[in-house]
Write a protein that binds this ligand. Structure first.
Ligand code: NAP
Length: 307
């Protein structure tokens, strides 16, 4: 069985930064990714809060640059989906459909994915008008009407992005104040194509073979009605990609991995970084910072436990 000093799982900003730091430290490191490097950044149109990118940078370009930066210092990236992790004495064993890899230390940077609402019609109409990515699917709605659901940074950013194509965007939010950062909220409120439906919740997606309406409830009046639309975009937060780690490392109630200030999880020698972690703020810059800390902590762990 192949053995590495450090295996990083996931090639989003956290994993790629961890990989960059490990490669620069000349560690024996391997990064495993199931799809293509970039993570959720790939579904972001424009990143405006990456320090130094004064004019913004597309998510695609930032992901590309992060990957190239790590590769430049010799990081090895292999495409494997890790399906299991377990401890074996001083080692950790990572299973994938392609075989097992043994590591002395592991960094889990497995990211998160859009959360579903679980409302009737949502699953059956996903890909037929229900979407979780405006950046990916927005161009299909040129001159049409769409509904976006949520009030956080993603909902605000994506609602504004959707106005590039749709003639009208209804933003449905369950409260009467957006959670989104000030500058993003301002853009929503100043955009003539966006109408915010405050204090409304979605009950169902309605349609046969395609989205025809979203059934809404006005929380102030209890009125229920169908809002006609061509597409329904759901932006109500994220769920961590940690299902395969259940009973392996401690998690919070939502399944986000709990770690200490050095990114150390409950399993010795296993660190976590990025959007899969339990924390207050999920941002690219935070993920990158955690990736750097995780690698440094892993390096110290290896010196103390494996030399
Ligand atoms: P989020 O911050 O968790 O916001 C989720 C939104 O969905 C909230 O407005 C929430 O309402 C609403 N919501 C949740 N469950 C709902 C339900 N069952 N029914 C109706 N509405 C529901 O998620 P996010 O916007 O995807 O952001 C995730 C993380 O990524 C955040 O840390 C965010 O800062 C970060 N992010 C940053 C940027 C950026 O910096 N440019 C861009 C995108 C994402 P309430 O407000 O009432 O809770």
């Amino acid at each position: 069985m192949e053995t590495r000093d450090l295996v990083i799982v996931g090639a989003g900003p956290a994993g790629l930064t961890a990989g960059l730091y490990a490669a620069r430290a000349r560690m024996d490191v391997l990064l495993l990714e199931k799809l293509s490097p970039g993570g959720q950044v790939l579904t972001t149109d424009m990143v405006e809060n990456w320090p130094g990118a004064v004019d913004g940078i597309t998510g695609f370009e930032l992901a590309d640059r992060m990957r190239d930066h790590a590769l430049k210092f010799g990081l090895e990236i292999q495409m494997h989906e890790v399906t299991k992790l377990h401890a074996d004495g001083k080692y950790k064993v990572l299973d994938s459909p392609d075989g097992e890899i043994r590591a002395k230390a592991v960094i889990l940077a497995v990211g998160a994915q859009p959360r579903k609402l679980g409302m009737p019609g949502e699953d059956t109409l996903t890909g037929k008008g229900v979407s979780y990515c405006g950046t990916c699917d927005g161009p299909f709605y040129r001159d049409q009407v769409v509904v976006a659901i949520g009030g956080g940074d993603t909902a605000a950013e994506e609602a504004v992005f959707l106005t590039r194509f749709a003639k009208k965007v209804y933003l449905v939010h369950r409260r009467d104040e957006l959670r989104a950062a000030g500058v993003l909220a301002e853009r929503v409120l100043q955009n003539d194509k966006i109408e915010v439906l405050w204090s409304h919740v979605p009950l169902a997606v309605v349609g046969e073979g395609g989205v025809e309406a979203v059934r809404l409830k006005n929380l102030k009046t209890d009125e229920e009605f169908d809002l006609a639309t061509d597409g329904a975009f759901v932006f109500v937060g994220t769920v961590p990609n940690t299902e395969f780690l259940r009973d392996v490392v401690d998690m919070d109630q939502q399944g986000f991995i709990v770690h200490d200030r050095n990114q150390q999880t409950s399993l010795d020698g296993v660190f976590s970084a990025g959007d899969c972690c339990s924390k207050l703020l999920r941002q690219i810059v935070v993920a990158a910072g955690e990736g750097a800390v995780a690698t440094y902590a892993a390096q110290k762990y290896l010196e103390d436990h494996h030399e």
